[in-house]
Design a protein around this ligand. Structure first.
Ligand SMILES: Cc1ncc(COP(=O)(O)O)c(C=O)c1O
Length: 358
């Protein structure tokens, strides 16, 4: 029996999305593909809330996150860290030989715009990395406030990871004034993994022209050149792009605002459950993610046994904590296609099991 995933990605994929993938392939150099690319493009621009091009990159999100640094950082990157994924982005910079400093915050605390300002005032940096939704701690960073600071430093190209918030919560790229937003399709878009999406500003493209050794596969200038012809640089995951086209149409029918509201409502349902069970969220409620919940294991639940029973008896799977929070937190996704009924089914199952394993 299929185990339904309530982990913070990948999440459950609908039959509709799987079905959308099962079409005969077309060449990515054909007029048919160009038409699909155009439709996907305009749908995605509405979700990014940006006029900038969205590159469809066949890789997991990390490919495009790594690529965004390689394309835009000449001098030094300021990597704002407050959890596992933001720390990893800093490590990825170093692994690429890119000079970088980590602006360290405690896990689960929001990035402080004042500290960002202090750091940028040194003049040392020409790129900044910010994770909007830090999936390891279930925390949203105040990107709007951080960007108000970053915009005062025109040399600095802003790179934002919205991997676990995109399409489940607002990520208004142009209003924020962000240069590059990267996301993946396996989280709130609820598609099988394998595609990264990168919305890239003209400023970032101009910077790329001045950066040598951008590589090939993630080169923004190559991607942009092919984008102008409504296609990709290399053979893309065409079946996933079929599913993405169907997904943007589905989102248009649901309405973006309604989709955000649904995610917020389902997220609140999880928060209410947390309170009812005498548990607490890992971050301060004000900064808690709307697409997933990271919950402190204050009742000492035996999480491996709990999750096994959840799987065996109810065919559900949640997450038992990421990185150094393994065993100390549980994480529950409300991303993608979930409904009141589907979330409640999970919470009811957890009500039954928590008495046994706490
Ligand atoms: C915030 C964040 N950034 C980056 C990633 C990496 O995504 P991928 O596994 O698609 O490369 C994840 C995956 O969970 C994530 O949650």
């Amino acid at each position: 029996m299929h185990t339904k995933l309530f982990i913070p990605g990948p999440v459950d994929v609908s039959q509709r999305s799987y079905q959308a993938m099962v079409q005969g392939l077309v060449s990515h150099r054909s007029l048919e593909f160009e038409e699909i690319y155009r439709t996907v493009q305009s749908g995605l621009q509405k979700i990014f809330e940006s006029k900038d091009p969205v590159f469809l990159i066949t890789s997991s999100a990390w490919g495009a996150l790594e690529g965004s640094l390689k394309n835009t950082c000449r001098k030094k990157a300021l990597c704002c860290t407050s959890g596992a994924f933001s720390e990893k982005w800093y490590e990825v910079a170093l692994a690429n030989g890119i000079a970088a400093d980590a602006l360290k915050h405690d896990w689960g605390t929001p990035i402080d715009p004042n500290r960002v300002e202090e750091a940028l005032k040194t003049g040392d940096y020409d790129a900044i990395t910010i994770v909007h939704s830090e999936t390891s701690t279930g925390t949203y960073n105040p990107v709007k406030e951080i960007m108000e600071v970053v915009k005062q430093f025109p040399e600095v190209i802003s790179l934002v990871d919205t991997v676990s918030s995109f399409s489940g919560a607002p990520t208004p790229k142009d209003a924020w004034g962000v240069d590059v937003i990267v996301t993946g399709v396996q989280k709130a878009l609820a598609l099988p993994p394998g595609l990264a999406l990168a919305s890239v500003s003209n400023r970032a493209l101009e910077r790329a022209k001045a950066v040598p050794h951008r590589g090939y596969y993630f080169d923004f200038l190559e991607l942009n050149q092919k984008h102008a012809n409504n296609t990709t640089v290399t053979t893309p995951a065409i079946a996933l792009i079929y599913a993405l086209k169907d997904k943007v149409e589905e989102i248009e029918s649901e309405g973006l605002k309604t989709r955000f509201e649904r995610h917020a409502r389902l997220n609140k349902r999880v928060h209410d459950w947390v309170e009812k069970q005498g548990l607490s969220l890992f971050p301060e409620k004000k900064y808690a993610a709307k697409t997933l919940s990271c919950i402190r294991n204050t009742r000492n639940i035996d999480l491996p046994a709990f999750n096994q029973a959840l799987k065996d008896e109810f065919s559900f799977c949640i997450d038992g904590g990421y990185g150094k929070l393994k065993g100390k937190t549980l994480r529950i996704s409300n991303m993608g296609n979930e409904t009141e009924a589907s979330m409640q089914a999970l919470l009811d199952a957890m009500d039954v099991l928590i008495e046994r394993f706490a």
